[in-house]
Design a protein around this ligand. Structure first.
Ligand code: 5GP
Length: 196
């Protein structure tokens, strides 16, 4: 098991509705040593890519993205969520359905922060059905920029997002892939992965 899988086994909590809570170390309280190991691993996995920007989505992707960005030495842009927007032409906008809150948000990025020259790594904490990533991909494509890869902390492999994103041809690297989890017993199983 890698560092992240071990930590999920120790401190992750399986909730009803296919939700894994990792708020004691990943997306509420954040263990910066763990985030730093994860950032180093993302850098290793995307070592051959010329990445000049990281794009994530508020709120829980931001901490992971910022620490990863130190390993890539690039700026981070985060897409902002907003339920209603005035389209004033200066923003890239995508609609995203929230897995955890079961509502639709617009996600927006100011046009001045993404341009056709950008080679972007997308980072997020979780991948479930892939709606958040689809929104981010749409924003990068609207800007004429390039998605060089996608780094995810925890992919829930039993949901459809990972397959859909890989089928689109993106290099998707998830540091932990949960293949099954049971709210009644708390049991979590991981997909075999390269060690890091
Ligand atoms: P998707 O858009 O892929 O369906 O869901 C991804 C987004 O929903 C992530 O940005 C994450 O914030 C949230 N999410 C999805 N599944 C979980 C989960 O099991 N636990 C937590 N904490 N967040 C999740």
């Amino acid at each position: 098991m890698n560092f992240l899988e071990e930590r999920i086994m120790k401190d992750g909590v399986v909730k009803e509705g296919n939700v894994l809570k990792v708020d004691s170390f990943l997306n509420h309280q954040m263990d910066i040593h763990l985030l730093n190991e994860m950032g180093a691993e993302f850098k290793r996995r995307f070592a051959d890519k010329q990445i000049n920007k990281i794009l994530t989505i508020e709120a829980s992707g931001i901490g992971i993205a910022c620490i990863a960005a130190q390993h890539f030495d690039v700026p981070v842009v985060f897409a902002k969520k907003s339920q209603s927007i005035n389209l004033d032409g200066d923003m890239y906008v995508a609609e995203v359905e929230s897995f955890t809150h079961k509502c639709k948000n617009h996600v927006i990025v100011a046009q001045k922060f993404l341009s056709p020259e950008d080679h972007v790594l997308l980072i997020d904490d979780f991948l479930a059905n892939g709606c958040a990533l689809q929104g981010l991909i749409q924003i990068v494509q609207s800007a004429g920029a390039t998605v060089e890869g996608i780094g995810i902390a925890v992919e829930k492999g039993f949901q459809s997002g990972g397959r859909m994103i890989r089928n689109l041809g993106f290099q998707l690297e998830s540091l932990a892939i949960v293949d099954g989890m049971d709210a009644a017993t708390g049991e979590i199983t991981f997909r075999e992965q390269p060690q890091w």
